[in-house]
Design a protein around this ligand. Sequence first.
Ligand code: SAM
Ligand code: SF4
Length: 328
Amino acid sequence: MLHDASGRTITSLRISLTDRCNLRCRYCMPEDGVHFLEHAEILRYEEIERLIWVAAQIGVTKIRLTGGEPLLRRDVAAFIERSVHIPNIQTVALTTNGLLLPELALPLRRAGLSYLNVSLDTLHPRKFEEITRFPALQTVLQGIRAAQQAGFPALKVNVVAIRGFNDDELFEFAEFAHAENVELRFIEYMPFHGNGWNPNGFLSSDELKARLMERFELHPCKNAPSAAAKTFEISGRRGRIGFISAVSHSFCGDCNRLRLTADGFLRPCLHDNIEIDVKHPLRRGASDDELIALFQEAANRKPDVHRDFLTSTEPDSADGRAMVKIGG
Ligand code: SAM
Ligand code: SF4
């Protein structure tokens, strides 16, 4: 098993398949864009599979595929089909902006993908275009329906809550969760390199919950300790509401994750720039034991807790990566 210095057990690996994206969300991509990785810099599928295989030997049971936009990676369904058969891997999940789900939802489900999360920050076409810089709301809604029809259980919809942008849609989101029978999770807006972090746009989960409770009765669900979201049922309605409070209530103590960037670095923490190169050792022919040692190093260097973004005078790191280049 892979334990870190604080005794946390690592069971989950988030893998960025690409840093490319077909949207340009303002809270994720810097205003002046990003320099995308060259093809040769990105881990090949067989390299990622080797790393999953190694991680699975030391206790990783769950992988989540992300990016950039993971569905832009060619032949992603075939890669998932191979990944689900790696011994000890119990769950393969994926986070997507949903644009390619109308055509890919069914192949992904048939490939054995366990769970899907779709990101959607507004239910209004004009605002969708404002935040993502593309007029594509209808395609994402079609994608969510395609995922339902493909039979994905417990479909989750991620909403980054931003004061002054989508906090006038809270009741609409709750109605959407009921109408589509999905778990709609509000993610607290977080600072990343170049994303124009402005603490005034921050909206805490506590405030969101209090505002929703002005109209709806929320009943807490039982959540696993390592679950990022605290979820609630809405009285008399289908679907669920969840809150991911990485800023206001850090859940570092229960964090069971490592991240693998598209260019082959293990990141022990989303909010810390520590990175361990696994690509070059892999390409130089590292043995399984050498790769296991790199996973252990990543676990050893996992910070106990990330800094407090709301009070920190240095909320953004000049040499850090933009979110799109880490993998959310
Ligand atoms: N492209 C895919 C998508 O949008 O779902 C996967 C990658 S995206 C980086 C993963 C998640 O990170 C999305 O749910 C997105 O909303 C979230 N995210 C990106 N920037 C964020 C920020 N500044 N604060 C909070 N969540 C953020
Ligand atoms: Fe692309 Fe997802 Fe980032 Fe939006 S949040 S720019 S869809 S990677």
